[in-house]
Design a protein around this ligand. Sequence first.
Ligand SMILES: [Fe+2]
Length: 273
Amino acid sequence: MASLVGVYAASHGPLLVREWAAVPEDQKERLTAGFRELGRRLAEARPDVLIEISPDHWVNFFLDNLPAVCIGVGEAHDGPPEPFLKEFPHRELNGHPEFAQHLARTALDAGFEPALSHRLKLDHGFCIPLWRMQLERLPRIVPMVVNSIEPPLPSIARCLAWGTLVRQAIQSYKEPLRVALLATGGLSHSIGEPTMGAIDEPFDRDCIRLFGSPAGKLVDYLHDNLPKTGNGAEEIRNWIVAHGAAGGRGFELIDYLPVPAVIVGCALAAWRL
Ligand SMILES: [Fe+2]
C-alpha cells in the first residue's frame, strides 16, 4: 500500500523570480528560509512521487479548452516555458503514469471526471516552489491542474472532496509508494483587475486561522469572502485539495508575509498528518 508522507503548500507568484531583486533583504531572507525549510521537510519525507497541485496560467489551456481539473498521466512533463524561468534546472520532469492512472481511475469510479494529459507544460505555478525549495533530487511528479483562473471555477466544497479522493487513491494503491503532495498558489493577490497589486492581509490571516478549524467553517468563509478579495486568492483551492488529502487536521505555518514587491501574501505550510 502507498503511504502519504507529507503535505505542503507554498505561494508561487512569478515575481518571486522576476522581481526578486526588488524584494527587501529581510523579506528575501524569510522567503529563502521558508522555502528551504519546506524543501528540507520534503527531502526528509523521501517521496517517490509528488502530487503537485497548481492552476495552469494559460500555458496548456485557454478559453477554447478549459478543464476544471486535469491530471498529468504521462511518463514526463515539460519544464516551464516562461522566458524568465529559463534557468530552472529541469527541462523535463519525470511523471509516474501508473499512480496517475490509478488516481484518474479512482476519481472516475467515484463520480469525478477529470481531464487527462499525457504531457503537460509545468509553468511557474509548479516550478517556482520546486526551484526555491532547492531540492537536490526531484521526485516523480504527478501534476494536477485545478482551474482557479477563469470562471466558472470548481467549488471550494468540491476541491475539498477532491482532496479526500486523492487520499483514497493513495490508500488504495497496491505498491509501497511514498507519496507527498505540494499545493501551490495564493494567498491573496490581485491580477489584471482594478485592485491589481493589492494584498488582503486580514483575509490571509483569517484563512490561516480557519485551516485549523472544522472544514465546514473554512468552506463557508471562502464561499462568502473569496468574491470580496483579489482574484488571485482563488488559488487557495489548491490548498483546500491539500487540506482534504491530509485529512483536515490543519497545518503548521512555516511563514506568512505580505510581500508588496511580488504583490502576493506569501505563505508556506506543512500539514499535520
Ligand atoms: Fe498563479
